[in-house]
Design a protein around this ligand. Sequence first.
Ligand SMILES: Nc1nc2c(ncn2[C@@H]2O[C@H](COP(=O)(O)OP(=O)(O)OP(=O)(O)O)[C@@H](O)[C@H]2O)c(=O)[nH]1
Ligand SMILES: [Mg+2]
Length: 231
Amino acid sequence: MRYDFSSYRTQDLARKLSIARFRPLDVMVTGATGAGKSTTLNALFQRQIAKVGAGVDPETKELDAYKLNDLCRFWDTPGLGDGVARDRAHQQKLIALLNKTYCLDNQHYGFIDLALVIVEGANRDLGTTIHLLRDIIVPHIQRERILVVINQADVAMKGRHWCHDLNRPDARLEEFLQAQALSIQSRVREATGVSIRRPICYSAEYGFGVREVFDFIVDQMPLKRRPCPCA
Ligand SMILES: Nc1nc2c(ncn2[C@@H]2O[C@H](COP(=O)(O)OP(=O)(O)OP(=O)(O)O)[C@@H](O)[C@H]2O)c(=O)[nH]1
Ligand SMILES: [Mg+2]
């Protein structure tokens, strides 16, 4: 089933935002190059808003903001793993976005409310993701504002056990994905000291689990405004 996320759970979002007194919700979408950040945005917006990589080269080079509605905005970012010099430049852009503030009633607050970290389900090597979390995200945003999700569920077992007719994983792949989520959760804890919530597994390409990713964002968004990162 396809959802129109621009009108999905808007009452929940509006209620939470009115408690927190910030709007819209700003979500930074990040992860290694090729994890599927841009594809995830296209799945959430149900149209091609962000350019997806078609070849071997990393695609997104700059920060791009996409407003889903008046309540929610997503920031597509360049992925790390793009070579040392370019990674340094990307890293600076990510840190600048995490350090961006807004002013309300003479108080400064952190602009980005949540960091959504996308991991590629088929990839056992978490090196780039751990570097991103440990050295860029964790030092700049509160832990409860970090959500990790696992994309490319369809090819997690090299494309085996994905039921194309049902557009979902079979029982074997489902089991694998659950184990993958637990493994990533504990590897992130070991490497960064941060206990993340159990990641949601989904496939941006096939639209499987995208609603759960959106629910994860709405359910886990903190009710308080984010303190100024420089405080
Ligand atoms: N099979 C499969 N392929 C996917 C999925 N999500 C993304 N892809 C493919 O992975 C490749 C990279 O996707 P992008 O969305 O461009 O990845 P990105 O994270 O934005 O990459 P950068 O912009 O380079 O950082 C493209 O060929 C996508 O079609 C998925 O859920 N399943
Ligand atoms: Mg991209």
